[in-house]
Design a protein around this ligand. Structure first.
Ligand code: 6GU
Length: 251
């Protein structure tokens, strides 16, 4: 998979993403990250790419020309025109399902805005997808692009050592992950749950599944609606849910 990132801060995005697993994926040729500095396409000798908003108001708006030229410089190297993802709080809220959908693409272009945003006309011309990473405001799209690229790239076959681990964990079945333990067997007086030391895989799986259900009921009960639970698991979840409600004095 090839990701082009159009941004005023390519080093921030590339250094962040290359620090760990994605850096190794790039060395293995499974992933290619390409930063494009929008400032390199400035149309004046001061390298300015922003100006005051028409109609007045606070802040600066990124001009359409440099953004369009930066996109063209990538698009003209592509046989098929890649989707162009603009990171903005106005977008559709990103989730694991969208990550899975984007992971199918061969090539993607991410556009990061700064200041008060980007001139609407160039967005209308080049953007295919508007994505937000949640209901809070960031100073720019770079951190959001890093979040999206990280979660998409780890779904590309071979990027994770263990392909199964991409599937087992949180959200693939609408349940949160179970707790994990490693050595030592006792830490600060706290013991590893006995069942995990038993070597009985059936019991271990059963315990982990219960923990997933309990955790989801406790912290993300909204996810339970989508989870495929057995009748026993549903009862377990409801019992835990009632406990939590009692605790918060809501019943
Ligand atoms: Cl995608 N961009 C910015 N600037 N802020 C955000 C966001 C994106 N998602 C949540 N907040």
């Amino acid at each position: 998979m090839k990701c082009h990132i159009l941004t005023l801060f390519p080093d921030m995005v590339l250094e962040g993403l290359r620090t760990s697993i994605l850096g190794r994926a790039e060395e293995k040729g499974l992933l290619s990250l390409h930063g494009v500095n929008i400032r390199d396409f400035a149309e004046n000798k001061h390298n300015r790419v922003d100006d005051a908003p028409y109609g007045g108001g606070a802040g600066l708006v990124m001009q359409p020309g440099p953004v369009y030229s930066a996109w063209r410089s990538v698009a003209e190297t592509c046989e098929r025109q890649p989707r162009v993802i603009y990171l903005t709080p106005q977008g559709r809220v990103f989730n694991q399902e969208i990550a899975g959908e984007l992971a199918e693409e061969e090539e993607l272009i991410f556009l990061c805005g700064h200041y008060e945003g980007i001139d609407e006309r160039v967005l209308e011309l080049i953007v295919t997808d508007y994505l937000s990473i949640g209901d809070y405001v960031l100073t720019g799209g770079e951190l959001a692009a890093m979040v999206v690229i990280d979660s998409v790239a780890r779904l590309v076959p071979g990027v994770l050592h263990n392909d199964a681990s991409a599937e087992i964990e949180t959200f693939s079945d609408s349940l949160l992950e179970y707790p994990q333990y490693t050595r030592p067997e006792e830490f600060m007086g706290k013991k590893v749950p006995e069942v995990l030391l038993s070597g009985h895989h059936g019991n271990v799986d059963k315990w982990r599944r219960e923990q997933s259900v309990l955790r989801t009921a406790r912290s993300r009960p909204d996810l339970l609606k989508k989870a495929a639970l057995t009748e026993a698991e549903q009862e377990l979840a409801e019992k835990e849910l009632r406990k939590t409600l009692d605790f918060h004095g809501e019943m």
